[in-house]
Design a protein around this ligand. Structure first.
Ligand code: BGC
Length: 810
């Protein structure tokens, strides 16, 4: 069952019923100012950091669902309603929500009045624009009142939820003209404020929440709206809000528009005040001025649209498969931008106050983003590397505002350092910019300890090479990619965080997965050494990789698949010897991706075992059999009910690993079959089962053991986005950036048909036309501008801006 449809021509998903199974959201903002917005106008806004600089308040674990947002209420004398349905939930005569690239459009109609809200964050500015267009579609004049409503968050969203004894006395506002200013804490150490304005003279306002809603009211029945009045009172403490009232008359057929701006302003310390206690509003007024007219809004909107169509033209496929085109050309890349911006901080499943930018998460997000805006990827790599420790270890996360690492959610995850090599290698392959490698980067943000980025990579590499356990495999530390495989934790009491409790390192527990990673990224590290002319280091790296490869093949092989790990007692995890959790997906995907066991036939066996033991119609599960009891020696992985999350859920993130691994073996049918199972465009038809947004990936789909098999959770912020884009664009369609140029080596299912890819790479455009010839893998002929070329890599020609490439498979 569907709740909408894809409108590919305008790159939108159109939701036609407000009661989607879960809130279906979109992200506004590409740079510093961000808003989350649901299909019923719920959500919140923040500047740079969802925890530290939150502008508007959201309620978690809310009942009714998705409670609080940027709302517009209309009272036409016969009742109150919202164009986005919530929060009054008045039945609309027409409802539509169009989520597009960085904008959302809501249309609601009631009793002949049509209200459309266009919401977006303009490029280069720190605000959200909401243009509300009202049209009288009846033959009679309409008099009605329109109210806006946002509830301010008192900046630090964590404090805002907890520190009532202080914060309920701090709220302060100013009102000037049609702008309501939120200046809480500005009197002391904050040099920033927010405002909510409208480009028209208002007929009233409210800034005190209880005045507007009425004591004990929910926001579905605000007293001001119901009574058709406003209190015009100034908040002092408690919960300040911003609400404008506009009394509107529309003749038959007449239309009017109102431009609301939610803005964020920072003032220099010496320029904070206009007069005693009165904030300096000049920059805010200039911002309001920038979006005064419909024309201003149209211009900013057009700029945003162009920004996105330019970005999305960097990789564009034309195939006969509409769903692949849709995901590759629009939604998968869009989600890669969102994960790049947000890491795992703010979504409808990440509160914005828990996690900041993940070290491993952000490094992986880069893989699907680097082609879009390489300069931003470059900056991110430096930011991430700046939090690394001198011995190569890493903080698990850092706050986006301070860019400083913290251990709040643990540290000592021994896969972290290697992801830095993955991200940097992807950047250099994409851009050819080796100057990043000599960039001086601090350790633990201490500039006095800065060394070239390449040295950071060396330390990442050496960290793994020198932290090995009894089987010559990498020590797992707190955990590896699978945060929940806590082999040194031994937590016995509720409330202890698996990520922070117990020692972060043990001398015995090892990870085969990190072994696979080391082989894959160790080779990429060696490539970078060679690129810099350091042959000796490259040889050393290859030698270490070889040692690891041997260890994985010997100690990490279980007969039919790769073992997952060794626990703190030296017992195998993810082996046929285990009572539960006999096979895990991660080492199968990663070891085969790294090329381990391909020659020996072990790779094929491992992937066949995945198919036999882990496959379901909704995707490949992370492990089997599910843990049915808590295993002290394994930690969080066994804490989830069977079928959920890391305990035998379909963890979408590592499905592309297995799909890529299949392409390594040339099995295009199987690679594509795995791709399809979790692909949003393919699961759109079962939205009532899948439940999360049908245009983006979710972190997890409940596995076979779960009561609600097939149900997804934790949409949007997942490494699945980047990895799937890597899979489909670089492995299945096969256009892979190498240091020497673009290589073309598709691995497609039977019947996929010929396809074309247009790829901007470094300074040129590559128009690649693939004739599949009935083959799943193998390039028989590569023609570059009509000339036959050896191998799979399109050689660079200095100064050339366009390459016309024909690939004949077979
Ligand atoms: C985390 C990832 C982790 C994955 C598997 C996600 O929630 O963001 O860093 O690799 O879970 O445990």
């Amino acid at each position: 069952m569907k709740f909408g449809y894809f409108d590919d021509a305008v790159k939108e998903y159109v939701i036609t019923a407000p009661k989607t199974p879960l809130p279906w959201i979109n992200y506004l903002g590409n740079e510093n100012f961000f808003s989350l917005v649901s299909n019923t106008c719920g959500g919140y806004s923040f500047y740079k950091d969802a925890k530290l600089l939150r502008l508007t308040r959201y309620r978690y674990n809310n009942v009714p669902a998705d409670n609080n947002g940027k709302y517009y209420y209309i009272n036409d004398g016969q009742g109150i309603w919202n164009p986005g349905w919530q929060p009054t939930k008045t039945d609309l005569d027409f409802y539509e929500c169009r989520h597009g690239m960085g904008y959302s459009r809501f249309t609601g109609k009631k009793r002949g009045l049509r209200a459309e809200v266009l919401a977006f964050v303009p490029m280069g500015d720190n605000c959200e624009i909401n243009r509300v267009t009202l049209t009288n579609e009846t033959g009679e004049t309409k008099d009605f009142k329109l109210y806006s409503y946002v509830e301010w968050c008192l900046w630090n969203a964590d404090d805002d939820m907890k520190n009532f004894q202080r914060l309920l006395s701090c709220g302060e506002v100013e009102v000037k003209g049609s702008a309501i200013y939120h200046k809480t804490e500005y009197r002391e150490r904050r040099n920033h404020y927010a405002f909510f304005s409208v480009n028209r003279e208002i007929d009233g306002f409210d800034t005190i929440r209880d005045d507007f809603l009425g004591a004990y009211n929910n926001n579905d029945y605000p007293e001001s709206v119901v009574m058709q009045t406003s209190n015009n009172t100034l908040a002092s403490g408690w919960s300040p809000i911003a609400s404008h009232r506009l009394d509107i008359t529309l003749k038959p057929g007449e239309s009017t528009s109102l431009i609301f701006v939610l803005g964020y302003i920072e003032n220099p310390v010496e320029d904070k005040w206009e007069s005693y206690g009165v904030i300096n509003k000049k920059p805010a007024e200039a911002m309001q001025e920038r979006y005064k007219t419909d024309e201003d809004v149209e211009k900013a909107y057009a700029r945003l649209k162009k920004y996105w169509s330019d970005l999305l033209s960097i990789y564009h496929v034309e195939s006969k498969n509409e769903k692949v085109n849709r995901m590759v050309n629009i939604w998968n890349q869009y989600q890669c931008m969102v994960t790049f911006n947000m890491s795992r901080s703010a979504s409808y499943y990440e509160s914005g106050i828990g996690r900041g930018m993940g070290f491993r998460d952000s490094c992986q997000d880069l893989l699907g983003f680097v082609h879009l805006i390489p300069d931003r990827a470059r900056e991110r790599i430096i930011d991430i590397a700046s939090t690394q420790f001198e011995d190569g270890r890493a903080y698990h996360q850092y706050q986006p505002l301070t860019k400083k690492g913290n251990s709040d959610i643990g540290s000592g995850f021994n896969d972290d350092p290697l992801w830095l090599i993955a991200g940097t290698s992807a950047y250099v392959r994409e851009t050819g910019d080796t100057t990043i490698l000599s960039e001086l980067v601090p350790f633990d943000n201490d500039e006095s300890k800065a060394t070239p980025l390449m040295d950071h990579l060396k330390r990442s590499f050496d960290f793994t090479a020198t932290h090995k356990g009894p089987h010559g495999l990498p020590l797992i530390g707190r955990a590896d990619w699978n945060d929940c495989l806590n082999l040194n934790c031994f937590s016995e009491h509720p409330g202890e965080s698996f990520q922070t409790f117990g020692p972060s390192e043990g001398p015995v527990a090892e990870s085969v997965f990190i072994g696979g990673m080391f082989v894959k990224y160790g080779k990429e590290y060696a490539d970078l050494c060679e690129l810099l002319g350091d042959k000796k280091e490259a040889e050393r790296a290859h030698a270490e990789v070889e040692i690891m490869e041997k260890a994985v093949l010997k100690e990490g092989w279980d007969g039919e698949w790769f073992v997952r790990a060794y626990d703190a007692n030296g017992h195998k995890v993810g082996s046929k010897e285990c009572e539960e959790g006999q096979i895990y997906i991660e080492p199968q995907g990663f070891c085969v991706m790294a090329g381990i066991g391909v020659e020996e036939g072990k790779a094929e066996k491992a992937l066949d075992s995945v198919k036999e033991r882990l496959d379901t119609k909704y995707g490949v599960m992370i492990l089997q059999p599910a843990y049915t009891r808590y295993h002290l020696e394994l930690g969080e992985v066994s804490s989830y009910p069977p079928g959920y999350k890391e305990n035998a859920g379909i963890f979408c993130h590592n499905n592309p690993w297995v799909s890529i691994a299949e392409t390594v073996l040339g099995r295009g049918d199987r690679a594509f079959e795995i791709y399809k199972k979790t692909c949003p465009a393919y699961v759109e038809d079962i939205s009532e089962i899948h439940r999360t947004e049908p245009y983006v990936y979710s972190q997890m789909v409940a596995g076979r053991d779960a009561r609600f098999h097939g149900e997804a959770k934790n949409s949007w912020l997942t490494g699945t986005a980047a990895w799937t884009f890597v899979n489909i664009s670089q492995y299945i369609l096969g256009i892979y950036p190498t240091h020497k140029g673009l290589s073309v080596d598709p691995c497609i299912p039977e019947g996929f048909g010929n396809f074309k890819v247009s790829r901007k790479f470094r300074d040129a455009v590559y128009n690649i036309s693939v004739e599949t010839n009935g083959a799943q893998k193998g390039v028989k002929e590569l023609l570059v501008d009509g000339c036959r070329t050896e191998g799979n890599v399109i050689p660079f020609e200095a100064g050339k801006r366009e390459y016309n490439v024909t690939v004949i498979m077979g």
